[in-house]
Design a protein. Structure first.
Length: 135
């Protein structure tokens, strides 16, 4: 796992996984962070971007993903959930996102996606083989 998360082992389009324990108020849950460097050049002469995916399962919200792309001074973020977030929560997230972009001098877009489709990085691309147990 250490090799899979190291910069030396990562191909340009390969996902690099990191796993972190997070206390959610009720128990310890696993937060999964994946980082991927785009192999393509950015738009308008911008440097290639970095894509990240934060994936977690929460007691009340269920599966929750933050799928972001940062390239130069542009930051686009998709918030994915299985069911639509309440309107007030979407407004609060949007306000935080907008304030953060302004404070950092970035531009970007935020979108909310609700439904069964979630991004799942390919374990074979991360580890060079399909995950499994061998003896």
């Amino acid at each position: 796992m250490a090799r899979a998360g190291s910069a030396e082992s990562a191909q340009q389009s390969e996902w690099r996984p990191m796993f972190m324990p997070v206390f959610d108020g009720e128990g310890v849950r696993q937060l999964r962070l994946y980082v991927q460097r785009d192999a393509e050049d950015g738009e308008d002469g911008q440097p290639p971007g970095k894509r990240f995916l934060v994936d977690a399962d929460f007691t009340r919200l269920g599966q929750f993903q933050l799928d972001g792309l940062v390239a130069g001074k542009k930051f686009d973020l998709a918030v994915r959930t299985r069911t639509a977030l309440p309107e007030d929560m979407r407004k609060n997230i949007n306000a935080i996102f907008t304030r953060s972009l302004d404070a950092a001098g970035f531009a970007g877009k935020l979108r909310f996606e609700a439904g069964p489709k979630m991004v799942t990085p390919d374990p074979e691309a991360m580890y060079g083989h399909a995950p499994g147990v061998s003896a």
